[in-house]
Design a protein around this ligand. Sequence first.
Ligand code: 3HC
Length: 383
Amino acid sequence: MKIEAIKKIAVIGAGDMGNGIAQLGVMAGYQVAMRDVEERFVERGMTTIKKSLEKLVEKGKLSPAERDAALGRLAPQIDLAAAVREADFVIEAVPEIMELKKQVFGDLDRLTPPQAILATNTSNMSISEIAAVTKRPALVLGMHFFNPAVLMKLVEVIKGEKTAAESAQTALDLALKMNKAPVLVKKDSPGFIYNRVNAPTGLFLSKITEEGHPTPEEFDAAMKAVMPMTPFELVDYVGIDVSYHSLSYFAQVLSPEYAPSALFKEKVQAGNLGKKTGRGFFDWSQGRPVIDPAKATAEYDVLHLIALQVNEATKLLDEGVVDDPKVIDLAMANGGGAGIGPFTLAQSIGYEKLVAKCEELAARFRLQVFKPTATMRQGNIIV
Ligand code: 3HC
Protein backbone atom coordinates (compact mmCIF):
# COMPACT_ATOMS: atom_id res chain seq x y z
CA MET A 1 0.00 0.00 0.00
CA LYS A 2 1.32 3.43 -0.95
CA ILE A 3 1.14 6.52 1.27
CA GLU A 4 -1.71 8.07 -0.78
CA ALA A 5 -3.96 5.15 0.17
CA ILE A 6 -3.47 5.62 3.92
CA LYS A 7 -6.53 7.26 5.46
CA LYS A 8 -6.97 5.64 8.83
CA ILE A 9 -4.30 4.76 11.37
CA ALA A 10 -4.77 2.67 14.50
CA VAL A 11 -2.36 2.96 17.41
CA ILE A 12 -2.34 0.04 19.84
CA GLY A 13 -1.37 1.22 23.32
CA ALA A 14 -2.09 4.66 24.79
CA GLY A 15 1.00 4.95 27.01
CA ASP A 16 3.76 7.55 26.56
CA MET A 17 4.72 6.34 23.11
CA GLY A 18 1.24 5.36 21.91
CA ASN A 19 -0.38 8.66 22.76
CA GLY A 20 2.52 10.63 21.26
CA ILE A 21 2.27 8.64 18.01
CA ALA A 22 -1.52 9.02 17.91
CA GLN A 23 -1.08 12.78 18.35
CA LEU A 24 1.40 12.90 15.48
CA GLY A 25 -1.10 10.99 13.32
CA VAL A 26 -4.00 13.36 13.88
CA MET A 27 -1.71 16.39 13.52
CA ALA A 28 -0.67 14.99 10.12
CA GLY A 29 -4.34 14.90 9.11
CA TYR A 30 -5.16 11.20 9.57
CA GLN A 31 -8.12 9.60 11.30
CA VAL A 32 -6.58 7.81 14.28
CA ALA A 33 -8.05 5.21 16.62
CA MET A 34 -6.02 4.98 19.86
CA ARG A 35 -6.68 1.75 21.68
CA ASP A 36 -5.75 0.46 25.10
CA VAL A 37 -7.04 -2.38 27.25
CA GLU A 38 -8.80 -0.28 29.90
CA GLU A 39 -10.76 2.96 29.91
CA ARG A 40 -8.38 4.58 32.42
CA PHE A 41 -5.32 4.03 30.19
CA VAL A 42 -7.09 5.53 27.17
CA GLU A 43 -8.28 8.45 29.32
CA ARG A 44 -4.74 9.12 30.52
CA GLY A 45 -3.49 9.07 26.93
CA MET A 46 -6.21 11.53 25.90
CA THR A 47 -5.32 13.88 28.76
CA THR A 48 -1.63 13.83 27.74
CA ILE A 49 -2.51 14.57 24.10
CA LYS A 50 -4.76 17.47 25.09
CA LYS A 51 -2.01 18.96 27.29
CA SER A 52 0.58 18.58 24.56
CA LEU A 53 -1.70 20.15 21.93
CA GLU A 54 -2.33 22.99 24.35
CA LYS A 55 1.44 23.60 24.71
CA LEU A 56 1.76 23.74 20.93
CA VAL A 57 -1.10 26.27 20.73
CA GLU A 58 0.52 28.38 23.48
CA LYS A 59 3.75 28.42 21.46
CA GLY A 60 1.93 29.42 18.27
CA LYS A 61 2.88 26.15 16.54
CA LEU A 62 -0.77 25.18 16.16
CA SER A 63 -3.90 27.34 15.87
CA PRO A 64 -6.88 26.64 18.17
CA ALA A 65 -8.83 25.55 15.07
CA GLU A 66 -6.08 23.08 14.10
CA ARG A 67 -6.06 21.73 17.66
CA ASP A 68 -9.83 21.18 17.56
CA ALA A 69 -9.67 19.54 14.15
CA ALA A 70 -6.85 17.26 15.33
CA LEU A 71 -8.86 16.20 18.39
CA GLY A 72 -11.89 15.63 16.14
CA ARG A 73 -9.89 13.06 14.17
CA LEU A 74 -8.95 11.10 17.28
CA ALA A 75 -11.07 8.14 18.41
CA PRO A 76 -10.27 6.60 21.81
CA GLN A 77 -11.08 2.89 21.87
CA ILE A 78 -11.11 -0.14 24.15
CA ASP A 79 -12.39 -2.62 21.60
CA LEU A 80 -9.48 -3.86 19.49
CA ALA A 81 -11.64 -5.13 16.61
CA ALA A 82 -13.45 -1.81 16.32
CA ALA A 83 -10.18 0.16 16.52
CA VAL A 84 -8.50 -1.67 13.64
CA ARG A 85 -11.45 -2.73 11.48
CA GLU A 86 -10.86 -0.18 8.69
CA ALA A 87 -7.25 0.70 9.48
CA ASP A 88 -4.78 1.07 6.62
CA PHE A 89 -1.75 1.37 8.88
CA VAL A 90 -1.42 0.09 12.44
CA ILE A 91 1.32 1.08 14.89
CA GLU A 92 1.70 -1.12 17.95
CA ALA A 93 3.11 0.47 21.11
CA VAL A 94 2.46 -2.05 23.89
CA PRO A 95 5.04 -2.96 26.58
CA GLU A 96 8.35 -4.47 25.46
CA ILE A 97 7.52 -8.11 26.08
CA MET A 98 8.00 -10.36 23.06
CA GLU A 99 5.15 -12.75 23.91
CA LEU A 100 2.76 -9.81 24.27
CA LYS A 101 3.87 -8.32 20.94
CA LYS A 102 3.34 -11.68 19.24
CA GLN A 103 -0.12 -12.02 20.71
CA VAL A 104 -1.04 -8.51 19.54
CA PHE A 105 0.30 -9.16 16.02
CA GLY A 106 -1.63 -12.43 15.83
CA ASP A 107 -4.81 -10.50 16.71
CA LEU A 108 -3.98 -7.69 14.29
CA ASP A 109 -3.42 -10.17 11.48
CA ARG A 110 -6.92 -11.59 12.05
CA LEU A 111 -8.73 -8.32 12.62
CA THR A 112 -7.26 -5.81 10.16
CA PRO A 113 -7.93 -5.59 6.42
CA PRO A 114 -5.47 -7.96 4.65
CA GLN A 115 -3.68 -5.11 2.86
CA ALA A 116 -3.04 -3.08 6.06
CA ILE A 117 0.57 -2.41 7.02
CA LEU A 118 1.41 -3.48 10.58
CA ALA A 119 4.22 -1.61 12.32
CA THR A 120 5.75 -2.21 15.72
CA ASN A 121 7.24 0.60 17.76
CA THR A 122 9.50 -1.89 19.52
CA SER A 123 12.71 -0.30 20.82
CA ASN A 124 14.90 -3.34 20.36
CA MET A 125 13.19 -6.53 19.37
CA SER A 126 13.36 -8.65 16.23
CA ILE A 127 10.93 -7.45 13.57
CA SER A 128 11.28 -10.76 11.71
CA GLU A 129 10.28 -12.72 14.81
CA ILE A 130 7.19 -10.55 15.35
CA ALA A 131 6.30 -10.70 11.64
CA ALA A 132 6.53 -14.50 11.67
CA VAL A 133 3.30 -14.84 13.67
CA THR A 134 1.36 -13.16 10.81
CA LYS A 135 0.40 -14.33 7.34
CA ARG A 136 1.66 -11.03 5.89
CA PRO A 137 5.34 -10.60 6.82
CA ALA A 138 5.88 -8.45 3.70
CA LEU A 139 3.57 -5.88 5.32
CA VAL A 140 5.18 -5.96 8.78
CA LEU A 141 7.98 -3.59 9.80
CA GLY A 142 9.46 -1.59 12.65
CA MET A 143 8.59 2.06 13.07
CA HIS A 144 10.50 3.24 16.10
CA PHE A 145 9.71 6.66 17.59
CA PHE A 146 11.60 8.45 20.38
CA ASN A 147 10.31 9.88 23.61
CA PRO A 148 8.75 12.47 23.62
CA ALA A 149 7.46 11.35 20.23
CA VAL A 150 5.93 14.72 19.47
CA LEU A 151 9.30 16.51 19.74
CA MET A 152 12.04 14.02 18.84
CA LYS A 153 12.72 14.07 15.09
CA LEU A 154 14.05 10.56 14.55
CA VAL A 155 11.94 7.64 13.34
CA GLU A 156 13.77 4.40 12.58
CA VAL A 157 12.03 2.35 9.90
CA ILE A 158 13.27 -1.21 10.20
CA LYS A 159 12.92 -3.88 7.56
CA GLY A 160 12.43 -7.43 8.77
CA GLU A 161 13.74 -10.31 6.66
CA LYS A 162 10.55 -10.40 4.57
CA THR A 163 9.43 -6.75 4.62
CA ALA A 164 8.56 -5.49 1.14
CA ALA A 165 10.38 -2.41 -0.13
CA GLU A 166 7.01 -0.73 -0.74
CA SER A 167 5.91 -1.19 2.90
CA ALA A 168 9.17 0.36 4.15
CA GLN A 169 8.78 3.26 1.71
CA THR A 170 5.22 3.91 2.92
CA ALA A 171 6.44 3.99 6.53
CA LEU A 172 9.21 6.43 5.58
CA ASP A 173 6.64 8.59 3.76
CA LEU A 174 4.29 8.46 6.74
CA ALA A 175 7.11 9.59 9.05
CA LEU A 176 7.77 12.52 6.68
CA LYS A 177 4.06 13.45 6.79
CA MET A 178 4.45 13.52 10.58
CA ASN A 179 7.30 15.99 10.09
CA LYS A 180 9.98 13.56 11.24
CA ALA A 181 13.50 12.75 10.05
CA PRO A 182 13.28 9.02 9.28
CA VAL A 183 16.18 6.67 8.62
CA LEU A 184 15.92 3.24 7.02
CA VAL A 185 17.55 0.43 9.01
CA LYS A 186 18.30 -2.28 6.47
CA LYS A 187 19.25 -5.06 8.83
CA ASP A 188 16.97 -6.21 11.61
CA SER A 189 19.40 -6.20 14.52
CA PRO A 190 18.83 -5.78 18.32
CA GLY A 191 18.30 -2.12 19.28
CA PHE A 192 18.53 -1.03 15.62
CA ILE A 193 20.68 2.12 15.59
CA TYR A 194 19.82 4.51 18.43
CA ASN A 195 19.19 2.06 21.23
CA ARG A 196 22.08 -0.17 20.20
CA VAL A 197 24.52 2.74 20.29
CA ASN A 198 23.14 3.64 23.71
CA ALA A 199 22.97 0.06 25.02
CA PRO A 200 26.40 0.17 26.75
CA THR A 201 25.35 3.41 28.48
CA GLY A 202 22.35 1.57 29.94
CA LEU A 203 24.69 -1.17 31.10
CA PHE A 204 27.10 1.41 32.54
CA LEU A 205 24.28 3.02 34.59
CA SER A 206 23.13 -0.38 35.76
CA LYS A 207 26.69 -1.26 36.88
CA ILE A 208 27.04 2.05 38.71
CA THR A 209 23.92 1.23 40.73
CA GLU A 210 25.50 -2.13 41.51
CA GLU A 211 28.70 -0.49 42.79
CA GLY A 212 26.62 2.04 44.72
CA HIS A 213 28.77 5.05 43.82
CA PRO A 214 28.52 7.66 42.58
CA THR A 215 24.81 8.05 43.37
CA PRO A 216 22.54 8.75 40.40
CA GLU A 217 22.36 12.38 41.49
CA GLU A 218 26.17 12.73 41.72
CA PHE A 219 26.64 10.99 38.39
CA ASP A 220 24.07 13.17 36.63
CA ALA A 221 25.51 16.30 38.24
CA ALA A 222 28.78 15.66 36.37
CA MET A 223 26.89 15.60 33.02
CA LYS A 224 24.49 18.44 33.69
CA ALA A 225 26.44 21.18 31.93
CA VAL A 226 26.49 19.38 28.58
CA MET A 227 23.24 17.42 28.37
CA PRO A 228 19.63 18.69 28.13
CA MET A 229 18.57 15.64 30.11
CA THR A 230 21.15 13.74 32.15
CA PRO A 231 21.47 9.92 31.99
CA PHE A 232 19.63 8.74 35.12
CA GLU A 233 17.06 11.49 34.64
CA LEU A 234 16.52 10.21 31.10
CA VAL A 235 16.05 6.63 32.34
CA ASP A 236 13.38 7.97 34.70
CA TYR A 237 11.85 10.03 31.90
CA VAL A 238 11.60 7.08 29.51
CA GLY A 239 10.73 4.63 32.31
CA ILE A 240 12.96 2.35 34.40
CA ASP A 241 10.74 -0.53 33.21
CA VAL A 242 11.66 0.30 29.60
CA SER A 243 15.40 0.27 30.45
CA TYR A 244 14.98 -2.90 32.47
CA HIS A 245 13.22 -4.72 29.62
CA SER A 246 15.84 -3.45 27.15
CA LEU A 247 18.75 -4.63 29.28
CA SER A 248 17.08 -8.00 29.80
CA TYR A 249 16.51 -8.36 26.06
CA PHE A 250 20.10 -7.37 25.25
CA ALA A 251 21.26 -9.92 27.85
CA GLN A 252 19.47 -12.59 25.84
CA VAL A 253 20.46 -11.54 22.34
CA LEU A 254 23.74 -9.58 22.58
CA SER A 255 25.66 -10.59 25.68
CA PRO A 256 24.77 -11.93 29.16
CA GLU A 257 26.81 -9.01 30.52
CA TYR A 258 23.75 -6.81 29.91
CA ALA A 259 21.71 -8.45 32.72
CA PRO A 260 20.17 -5.53 34.69
CA SER A 261 21.29 -4.81 38.23
CA ALA A 262 19.32 -5.78 41.33
CA LEU A 263 18.44 -2.13 41.94
CA PHE A 264 16.85 -1.75 38.48
CA LYS A 265 14.83 -4.88 39.20
CA GLU A 266 13.81 -3.65 42.65
CA LYS A 267 12.58 -0.33 41.24
CA VAL A 268 10.49 -2.13 38.63
CA GLN A 269 9.04 -4.56 41.16
CA ALA A 270 8.20 -1.72 43.55
CA GLY A 271 6.51 0.21 40.73
CA ASN A 272 8.93 3.13 41.06
CA LEU A 273 9.28 3.57 37.32
CA GLY A 274 10.28 7.23 37.08
CA LYS A 275 8.31 10.17 35.73
CA LYS A 276 5.13 8.21 35.03
CA THR A 277 4.78 7.00 38.63
CA GLY A 278 6.21 10.12 40.29
CA ARG A 279 9.33 8.38 41.64
CA GLY A 280 12.29 6.53 40.18
CA PHE A 281 15.94 7.43 40.72
CA PHE A 282 14.58 10.93 41.31
CA ASP A 283 11.41 12.43 42.75
CA TRP A 284 9.14 13.69 39.94
CA SER A 285 6.15 14.65 42.08
CA GLN A 286 6.96 18.35 41.64
CA GLY A 287 8.01 18.07 37.97
CA ARG A 288 11.51 17.57 36.55
CA PRO A 289 14.15 16.92 39.22
CA VAL A 290 16.58 19.71 39.96
CA ILE A 291 20.10 18.38 39.53
CA ASP A 292 22.80 20.44 41.20
CA PRO A 293 26.09 20.43 39.22
CA ALA A 294 27.95 21.14 42.48
CA LYS A 295 27.21 17.56 43.58
CA ALA A 296 29.38 16.09 40.79
CA THR A 297 32.13 13.66 41.75
CA ALA A 298 35.33 13.27 39.71
CA GLU A 299 34.80 9.57 38.89
CA TYR A 300 33.12 9.95 35.50
CA ASP A 301 32.67 12.60 32.86
CA VAL A 302 30.88 12.93 29.56
CA LEU A 303 33.84 11.45 27.64
CA HIS A 304 33.05 8.07 29.21
CA LEU A 305 29.56 8.23 27.71
CA ILE A 306 30.78 9.40 24.31
CA ALA A 307 33.46 6.70 24.23
CA LEU A 308 30.90 3.93 24.85
CA GLN A 309 28.63 5.35 22.14
CA VAL A 310 31.36 5.62 19.51
CA ASN A 311 32.65 2.14 20.31
CA GLU A 312 29.20 0.57 19.94
CA ALA A 313 28.59 2.57 16.75
CA THR A 314 31.71 0.97 15.24
CA LYS A 315 30.14 -2.45 15.94
CA LEU A 316 27.10 -1.45 13.85
CA LEU A 317 29.44 -0.71 10.95
CA ASP A 318 31.44 -3.91 11.49
CA GLU A 319 28.23 -6.00 11.61
CA GLY A 320 26.80 -4.38 8.47
CA VAL A 321 23.69 -3.02 10.21
CA VAL A 322 24.51 0.34 8.68
CA ASP A 323 27.03 0.91 5.91
CA ASP A 324 27.37 4.68 6.18
CA PRO A 325 28.60 6.25 9.45
CA LYS A 326 26.73 9.44 8.47
CA VAL A 327 23.43 7.57 8.90
CA ILE A 328 24.43 6.68 12.47
CA ASP A 329 25.31 10.28 13.19
CA LEU A 330 22.06 11.52 11.69
CA ALA A 331 20.04 9.06 13.76
CA MET A 332 21.90 9.86 16.97
CA ALA A 333 21.63 13.61 16.42
CA ASN A 334 17.84 13.41 15.91
CA GLY A 335 16.78 10.70 18.37
CA GLY A 336 17.59 12.48 21.62
CA GLY A 337 18.65 15.85 22.88
CA ALA A 338 22.34 15.66 21.84
CA GLY A 339 21.92 17.23 18.39
CA ILE A 340 25.28 15.81 17.30
CA GLY A 341 26.39 12.32 16.32
CA PRO A 342 29.10 10.15 17.92
CA PHE A 343 31.48 10.04 14.93
CA THR A 344 31.40 13.81 14.57
CA LEU A 345 32.23 14.06 18.27
CA ALA A 346 35.00 11.46 17.99
CA GLN A 347 36.59 13.37 15.13
CA SER A 348 36.87 16.49 17.25
CA ILE A 349 37.81 14.81 20.54
CA GLY A 350 40.28 12.30 19.09
CA TYR A 351 39.87 8.51 19.08
CA GLU A 352 42.87 7.92 21.31
CA LYS A 353 41.26 9.63 24.28
CA LEU A 354 38.05 7.69 23.75
CA VAL A 355 39.85 4.34 23.40
CA ALA A 356 41.49 5.02 26.76
CA LYS A 357 38.08 5.71 28.34
CA CYS A 358 36.70 2.41 26.99
CA GLU A 359 39.70 0.53 28.33
CA GLU A 360 39.31 2.16 31.72
CA LEU A 361 35.62 1.13 31.93
CA ALA A 362 36.24 -2.37 30.54
CA ALA A 363 38.90 -2.96 33.20
CA ARG A 364 36.94 -1.39 36.03
CA PHE A 365 33.77 -3.38 35.45
CA ARG A 366 35.46 -6.39 33.82
CA LEU A 367 33.15 -6.20 30.80
CA GLN A 368 33.89 -7.26 27.22
CA VAL A 369 31.07 -5.04 25.95
CA PHE A 370 33.12 -1.94 26.85
CA LYS A 371 36.36 -3.13 25.18
CA PRO A 372 37.39 -0.91 22.26
CA THR A 373 36.91 -2.56 18.86
CA ALA A 374 39.66 -2.78 16.23
CA THR A 375 37.73 -0.18 14.17
CA MET A 376 37.66 2.11 17.18
CA ARG A 377 41.40 1.70 17.71
CA GLN A 378 42.09 2.47 14.04
CA GLY A 379 40.12 5.67 14.56
CA ASN A 380 39.82 6.66 10.95
CA ILE A 381 36.07 6.98 10.40
CA ILE A 382 35.31 10.21 8.62
CA VAL A 383 31.83 11.75 8.52
N1 3HC B 1 4.42 18.17 23.64
C1 3HC B 1 4.58 19.46 23.34
N2 3HC B 1 5.55 20.23 23.89
C2 3HC B 1 6.36 19.66 24.80
C3 3HC B 1 6.25 18.29 25.15
C4 3HC B 1 5.22 17.54 24.54
N3 3HC B 1 5.03 16.23 24.80
N4 3HC B 1 7.23 18.00 26.06
C5 3HC B 1 7.92 19.12 26.28
N5 3HC B 1 7.41 20.13 25.51
C6 3HC B 1 7.87 21.50 25.41
C7 3HC B 1 7.84 22.22 26.74
O1 3HC B 1 6.58 22.77 26.96
C8 3HC B 1 8.87 23.28 26.56
O2 3HC B 1 8.33 24.39 25.89
P1 3HC B 1 8.92 25.86 26.13
O3 3HC B 1 10.37 25.81 25.69
O4 3HC B 1 8.09 26.72 25.28
O5 3HC B 1 8.76 26.08 27.59
C9 3HC B 1 9.88 22.64 25.62
O6 3HC B 1 9.24 21.49 25.05
C10 3HC B 1 11.09 22.21 26.36
O7 3HC B 1 10.72 21.44 27.48
P2 3HC B 1 11.29 21.66 28.94
O8 3HC B 1 11.43 23.11 29.25
O9 3HC B 1 10.46 20.81 29.86
O10 3HC B 1 12.71 21.02 29.00
P3 3HC B 1 13.84 20.81 27.91
O11 3HC B 1 14.23 22.06 27.26
O12 3HC B 1 14.88 19.97 28.56
O13 3HC B 1 13.15 19.89 26.80
C11 3HC B 1 13.08 17.63 26.18
C12 3HC B 1 12.55 18.68 27.11
C13 3HC B 1 12.68 17.99 24.76
C14 3HC B 1 12.42 16.32 26.56
C15 3HC B 1 14.66 17.60 26.30
O14 3HC B 1 15.02 17.50 27.64
C16 3HC B 1 15.30 16.48 25.56
O15 3HC B 1 15.56 16.56 24.38
N6 3HC B 1 15.61 15.37 26.29
C17 3HC B 1 16.21 14.20 25.74
C18 3HC B 1 15.13 13.23 25.36
C19 3HC B 1 15.71 11.99 24.75
O16 3HC B 1 16.90 11.73 24.78
N7 3HC B 1 14.81 11.15 24.19
C20 3HC B 1 15.20 9.88 23.64
C21 3HC B 1 14.99 8.85 24.69
S1 3HC B 1 15.41 7.23 24.13
C22 3HC B 1 14.00 6.65 23.42
O17 3HC B 1 12.97 7.28 23.40
C23 3HC B 1 14.09 5.32 22.78
C24 3HC B 1 13.05 4.40 23.32
O18 3HC B 1 13.10 3.22 22.56
C25 3HC B 1 13.22 4.07 24.75
